[in-house]
Design a binder for this molecule. Structure first.
Ligand code: F6P
Length: 556
């Protein structure tokens, strides 16, 4: 496929969208009243997901033009190039094949003359048999006791995915095994997570694609020292450090040589490949902690759900292709209605880390100012993704969603069946919960007019304060229940939405060079914090003053 992206802003469709946007007057009340087929026309099924786009701020003409835009930039061709393993991550000269991680064993995806699906399934089997050993108690610590706590040490994609899914799939977890996640280089994270653990029953998984990440390697060393000190302090262990590390440390990485250098037995290392981006890697062996928590069958269902969404994205015509439509809609909001942020509001407490997971997926992928050929972008790109579960958010920030001066497109995610059905007297609490989901999307879409506020007998001076303008766009996503498969479908849905937006903007959604400068500078600042005068002199005036403050206030 061509190395230069089509400049979306120079297409005929973009000009038409600009014309639609000029003087655009959204009118969800009117659109619903005039068009009794709107909901049917704008509701789609993708695997188990039921996606209602009818409360989006688009007309049929805008929908058609967005499809023309997809056509003009070659969305379908780029999608096909990704699935086939073309090196579409040009700045890193890599294929982008997270979709191969969830392909069935009999699929074929060729990279450099090799069917990588065979390797993927061999790595999965290695991970599954280890997970089974840990779950059954067959895997023993160095003092002969079974594992009770697994600690995943990783950050970014090597943390957020397994952590989010561990939380989301709580009802499917092994009852006698806990997983904890240490990510931050703030020593508080390791200190608190380790405080009450028994080293003899703790297993560490060092998860790092590159095995060079400062936070992860520092935390891994802290944990290794903690393990050895505490094993010896309890006087039940008389072996060598190597013996202890071999039974209490495993690693997940693409850099198996570095794993060995760290002192972890390569037999206890789980590999993956450079064609998997960190933020797309929960479905690789980076999910080892999750596989231990939920077991082989549930992990396989999780991958199966992702594959169902992949197949939907790969094979469904764009006009019915849910990730493509949601991505195009986001482009409309971002580039034509000036929406700088996008909320994701799961009505499922178990999805409380899903917005944080999506922040890395979307913002590390699409927060770019140059296109994949190095030329500057010609429009705004990645919006800020954020969110919290409902109903908590309703009592915090929904005020701005309803009556603020900017529009914030919001995705509401809900389930027909709760993970834990409870009643309050005769009331089904899940129905109360769902009523809130529906009420919020209704209020955002249709608002409340002055006349309606007055009709309630509201005193005139506060009428305008109580008006809801409506025409605040939402997408409602529902599924039967939050199963491993449905979670996989949701993740893949957002991966492909992100891909669609990146393709329209002509950016490489799979690199992350923007994280490098801060890492380099931190290395130069460390000596300045530690009293190296020369290093301090090299800093800018503000940084010097902040370091001075630190020097004055630290307790020696
Ligand atoms: O610095 C950003 C990043 O490279 C992410 O893309 C990645 O998920 C994270 O750091 C962790 O990287 P690694 O898995 O190599 O430790």
């Amino acid at each position: 496929m061509s190395q230069s992206p089509v400049d979306a802003s120079k297409t005929a469709a973009w000009a038409k969208l600009r014309a639609h946007a000029d003087g655009f007057k959204p009118d969800l009340r009117g659109w619903f009243a005039e068009d009794d087929k709107r909901v049917r026309r704008m509701t789609f099924e993708a695997a188990d997901l039921h996606v209602d786009l009818s409360k989006a701020l688009i007309t049929p003409e805008i929908s058609t033009t967005l499809l023309e835009l997809a056509d003009e930039v070659g969305l379908a061709e780029r999608r096909d190039a990704m699935f086939c393993g073309e090196r579409i991550n040009v700045t890193e000269n890599r294929a982008v094949l997270h979709t191969a991680l969830r392909a069935p064993a009999d699929a074929t995806v060729m990279v450099d003359g090799k069917n990588i699906v065979t390797d993927v399934h061999a790595a999965l089997q290695h991970m599954y048999s280890f997970a089974t050993e840990v779950r059954s108690g067959e895997w023993k610590g160095v003092t002969g006791r079974r594992v009770r706590t697994v600690v995943n040490i990783g950050i970014g994609g090597s943390d957020l995915g397994p952590l989010m899914a561990y939380e989301a799939l709580a009802p499917y977890r092994h009852g006698d095994l806990e997983v904890r996640f240490i990510s931050n280089i703030d020593p508080t994270d390791a200190a608190l997570k380790l405080a009450d653990l028994d080293p003899a029953t703790t297993l560490f998984i060092v998860s790092s694609k590159t095995f060079t990440t400062l936070e992860t390697l520092t935390n891994a060393r802290l944990c290794r020292a903690w393990l050895l000190d505490n094993l010896r302090a309890r006087r039940t262990f008389h072996g060598t450090d190597e013996e202890a590390v071999a039974r209490h440390f495993v690693a997940v990485s693409t850099a198996l040589d570095k794993v060995k250098e760290f002192g972890i037995d390569p037999a206890n290392a789980f590999g993956f490949w450079d064609w998997v981006g960190g933020r797309y890697s929960v479905d690789s062996t980076i999910g080892t902690s999750l596989a231990i928590a939920i077991g082989h069958d549930r992990f396989a269902e999780f991958l199966g759900g992702m594959h169902l969404m992949d197949e939907h994205f790969r094979t469904t015509p764009i006009e019915r292709n849910v990730p493509a439509l949601m991505g195009l809609l986001n482009v409309w909001y971002r580039n034509f209605l000036d929406a700088g942020t996008h909320a994701v509001l799961p009505y499922a407490q178990l999805l409380h880390r899903f917005p944080a997971y999506l922040q890395q997926l979307t913002m590390e992928s699409n927060g770019k100012s140059v296109r994949w050929d190095g030329s500057p972008v010609s429009s705004a790109t990645g919006e800020v993704f954020w969110g919290e579960p409902g109903t908590n958010g309703q009592h915090a920030f929904y005020q701005l969603l309803h009556q603020g001066t900017s529009i914030v497109p919001a995705d509401f995610i809900g389930f027909a069946n709760p993970a834990y059905p409870l009643t309050d007297g005769d009331t089904d609490v899940h129905e109360l919960f769902l009523a809130n989901f529906l009420a919020q999307t209704q209020a955002l879409a249709f608002g409340k007019t002055k006349a309606e506020v007055r009709a309630e007998g509201t005193p005139e001076p506060i009428v305008t304060a109580r008006v809801f303008p409506g025409n605040r766009p939402t997408t409602s996503i529902m599924a039967p229940a939050l199963t491993p498969s449905v979670l996989g479908q949701l993740i893949a849905l957002y991966e492909h939405i992100t891909f669609t937006q990146g393709t329209i903007w002509g950016i490489d959604s799979f690199d992350q060079w923007g994280v490098e400068l801060g890492k380099q500078l931190a290395q130069q600042i460390v000596p300045a914090l530690g009293d190296d005068e020369e290093a301090l002199d090299e800093q800018d005036a503000s940084t010097q003053a902040l370091i001075d403050y630190y020097h004055q206030h630290r307790v020696q």
